[in-house]
Design a protein around this ligand. Structure first.
Ligand SMILES: [Zn+2]
Length: 372
């Protein structure tokens, strides 16, 4: 009987079975979205002969073929497989609505000078150099070919440097994972494909902006550099580049699988201790109307690992599931002012954090609770 109540309580709190790969659990297929940049009326960068849109499409398809041949547990989704124009926001939307685990946008670079050469991989963030900003401006400027781009991108002007300040304020909970993947890609390019390594960088790319999973944008080389253009147009060149991206993905997924196995064992402890404390609460607080407050710091459509850097320094992270979203809170007190103090003390790390209230283990409207 007691156990039944506990299960009901846990369900009420929204604890969901995890989908990891621990023994006895059903293995969920990973979904990877491959995004060949540009297409149709948008050619992307132009070399003497090369069109970015064609090079990146054939590389994306080759990456997909490697995955489909060698990783049966991975499903590949392409944003385009033909020469068509697709708005940037739709590309992210394809990844989001398919609940993808990874989003990889593939592009080729160009420069006014024919000297720059090599590959670089970007994650979403604020640029640190003028050069990185210029790459993002170039890739983002394609939105002017889209209908209603001003309203669609909230007035964002891709060519005005000040527009990019918004990317300094966003909180990217997938940054760490995105950086790991980006590092894998650059490492493979350098070690196996023997490309010039221009490094892992950050800048405000609109195509990555609204993705809700780890995501990177890969610049596979410069079509403005005569030799690199030839390489990127050649079959062996495209094979080297795409197999390097494939191996980087494979390493990333192996690492992720390891983390998820750890997460599964970690979660069992979490549920167990929750169950125990609930048992105590339900005995002591039967019919109790007391309110507890917590501070919600972030939310995600994907489960966030307990060892995620965002939680570093907090040992009281609380997860609950609501409206198809995992939500994460810290702190717990029946005293509102205490949680208010906590909100103040973490406001640099979590400027958007807000206080939430629970009554009888159900989330309740904070305003209602605070109105006497
Ligand atoms: Zn591009």
């Amino acid at each position: 009987m007691k156990r039944k109540i506990l299960i009901v309580l846990l369900l009420a709190l929204g604890f969901m079975p995890s989908q990891g790969n621990a023994p006895g659990k059903i293995k969920k297929k990973k979904i990877i979205v491959l995004d060949a940049g540009h297409g149709g009326k948008d050619t992307g960068a132009l070399g003497k002969k090369a069109k970015e849109k064609d090079i990146v499409l054939s590389i994306a398809i080759k990456v997909g073929q490697y995955i489909e041949k060698n990783l049966p547990d991975v499903q590949v989704i392409y944003t385009r497989k033909t020469d068509v124009f697709i708005p940037l926001d739709e590309r992210a939307e394809i990844a989001n609505k398919n609940n993808a685990d990874l989003f990889i946008s593939i592009h080729a670079n160009s420069n006014k000078s024919n000297k720059p050469v090599g590959t670089e991989t970007y994650t979403m963030g604020l640029h640190k150099t003028q050069g990185n900003l210029e790459v993002a401006q170039k890739e983002n400027s394609v939105i002017v070919l889209e209908d209603n781009y001003q309203s669609k991108y909230e007035g964002f002007d891709p060519n005005v440097a000040e527009s990019y300040i918004i990317f300094s304020m966003m909180q990217n909970i997938f940054l760490e994972q995105s950086l790991n993947l980006a590092a894998n890609v650059q490492n493979e390019f350098k070690e196996k494909a023997l490309r010039q390594d221009r490094g892992v960088k950050q800048a405000g790319f609109l195509v990555l902006w609204h993705t809700t999973m780890p995501s990177v944008l890969v610049e596979v080389g410069f079509v403005s550099h005569p030799e690199e253009e030839k390489y990127l147009l050649s079959e062996p060149g495209q094979d080297h580049i795409s197999s390097a991206i494939y191996r980087a993905i494979k390493q990333y997924l192996a690492e992720l699988e390891k983390q998820e196995a750890e997460l599964d064992s970690g979660l069992e402890t979490l549920s167990y201790s929750t169950e125990k404390s609930q048992a105590k609460d339900s005995l002591n607080l039967q019919g109790d109307e007391s309110i507890t407050f917590r501070l919600q710091i972030t939310s995600s459509t994907k489960k966030v690992m307990p060892n995620h850097p965002i939680f570093k320094g907090f040992n009281d992270v609380f997860e609950f599931y609501e409206n198809n979203t995992y939500k994460y809170a810290i702190g717990k007190s029946t005293n509102y002012d205490e949680v208010k103090k906590l909100q103040q003390s973490v406001k640099n790390d979590f400027p958007g954090a807000f206080i939430i209230a629970f009554k009888n283990n159900q989330k309740v409207d904070l305003k209602q609770v605070l109105t006497p």
